[in-house]
Design a protein around this ligand. Sequence first.
Ligand SMILES: CNc1ncnc2c1ncn2[C@@H]1O[C@H](COP(=O)(O)O)[C@@H](O)[C@H]1O
Length: 346
Amino acid sequence: MAGQIFGPAAMALESLDPSQVAFINALPKAELHAHLNGSIPISELQQMAHEYSRTSDKGPSDVVQNGITKIQNGVVLDEIYDFFDLFPAIYAVTSNPASLRRATRAVLAQFLDGDNPQCSYLELRSTPRETVQMSKFDYVQTVLDEVERYPKSRAALIVSLDRRMSVDVARECVQIASRLKAEGRRVVGVDLCGDPKAGDMSLFAECFSQAKQAGLGVTLHVAETLDNSAEETLQLLSYSPDRLGHATFLNDEAKSLVRENKSCIEICLSSNLFCKTVTKLEDHHIRYYLQHDHPIAVCTDDTLPFRNSLVGEYALLLASQPLGLGLSEAEVRCIAEMGMAARFGV
Ligand SMILES: CNc1ncnc2c1ncn2[C@@H]1O[C@H](COP(=O)(O)O)[C@@H](O)[C@H]1O
C-alpha cells in the first residue's frame, strides 16, 4: 500500500534481489514510531489540500499551496529545525474531525492494508490539537475511532506531548489519554516529541509519572540533536521511559543508563539522514546498539516528507554496504522480533 519511495531507502530496496524483498515482506514487523500528520500519503494530502482551497472561506491559502508543493517536490532540509516548518500547511488541512478522520484512515491503510502490508502491527502517534472545529478530546476520539476499526493485534494509539506545550496543556493531554484508556479505548502510551530545542523538560516530570500510574507506556524523543544538553537527556531518562525515540547523541553516562534499563531505542534511519543528524549510514548509532545486543525497533518516523516506507527501512538493514548496513537475514529477523517485543499494546 505504501506509495513510491525515494532516497536512501529506495536505493537500498532496489539493490535487493526478489528473494530478499520477499524475506522482508514476510517478516512480522511492528511500526512503533510513526507520527500521524507526518505520515499522510501525498496523494491523499494533495486531494485534501485541493478541497481545502475550494471550500475554505478564506480562499486558496499560500501557506497550504506552498507547503504541499514543497513536500511533493521532495523535501531537502539544511538542518532538523527546518523540518518543523512543514507542519503549518499539513495542519491547516487536518483541522476538523472529517479531514482528520480521512487522514488517519489513509495513514492506517498505508501501513496495514493490501496483500503485502508494510507491517503487522502499527502504534500510531499523534499530538492532540484544538481547533475552531474540535477540542483535544474530540481530536483523540476521532483518531481512535479509526484505529479501532482494526483488531487490537494490529493497531493502537500513542498520545504525543509536544515540547512546545505548556505544562497545563501537557497535563490535559495525559488526562485525556488516561481517561480514554480507563474507558477501555485503545490508547497504549504517551510520547514526547516536537522541536528538540523547545521547552523546559524538567516541568514535564509529573506528566510522565501520571501516565505511568494510568498504565500507559512512555516513549520520549531524547538527544535527537547536538543541541540537547546532557543534563536534559539525564533528566528525561530519570522519568524511566519504556522506549526512546532516536537517542542519537547520548554520552557515556546516558548510554550506560539506557543499557542498564534495557529501554528499546526506536531507530529511524532515513529520518536521521534527511535531518542531517547522522551524516552517513555507517556512522549511525544503530551499530552501537547492535554491537551491544540492545533492544531496538526500526521505524519510519514521517513517511510523508522522508518518502520512505517500513519495507524500505528494513532494506537499509539488509542491503550490502554502502547502500545498506549489510546485515544478514538472521540479524534482520532478530531486529524485527525486537520491534514486536517492544509493543505497548500487547
Ligand atoms: C523528525 N523527527 C521528529 N522529531 C520530533 N518531533 C517530530 C519528529 N517528526 C514528527 N514530529 C512531531 O510530530 C508532529 C506531527 O505529527 P502529529 O501532529 O503529532 O500527528 C510534528 O508537529 C512534530 O511535533
